[in-house]
Design a protein around this ligand. Structure first.
Ligand code: MG
Length: 130
């Protein structure tokens, strides 16, 4: 089973880095979709089946927190696993997100962290013992 991934970040450089990391992990990556803010992210979710969404917090137009809240109000995408990757430093905000059931990873991140969390939340592994 290949994972369709949605990467939502206002930085094109960061999106490229996350996608490169995903491809390096050995996880079976299928389609990769990109969005530059929460609004575009929701549009992509409405159009494509997404296994994990990887979402930044601080973005113009619609931030990651609002995107996740809207997803959770929509039965079609409420169960889509989400990993938040952010430089966010506010413990309060991070805890609020974790309580919504998302995984949180600090930027800068280690590739193994991304691999392990994607494997955990999707139940798909890279076929190697770690
Ligand atoms: Mg950002």
């Amino acid at each position: 089973m290949a994972l369709n991934v949605l990467v939502v970040d206002d930085s094109a450089v960061m999106r490229a880095m996350i996608i490169k990391t995903l491809r390096m992990t050995g996880l079976p990556v299928g389609e990769v979709y990109q969005a530059a803010n929460g609004q575009e992210g929701l549009a992509a979710l409405a159009e494509h089946w997404i296994d994990p969404g990887i979402v930044d917090i601080n973005m113009p137009v619609m931030d990651g927190e609002e995107m996740i809240e809207r997803m959770q109000g929509d039965p079609d995408v409420a169960d889509t696993p989400i990993i938040v990757i952010s430089t966010e430093g506010s413990e309060t905000r991070i805890n609020r997100l974790i309580q919504k059931g998302v995984e949180f990873v600090h930027k800068p991140f280690r590739p193994e962290t991304i691999r392990d969390i994607v494997a955990k939340i999707t139940g798909v592994n890279d076929g190697h013992d770690t």
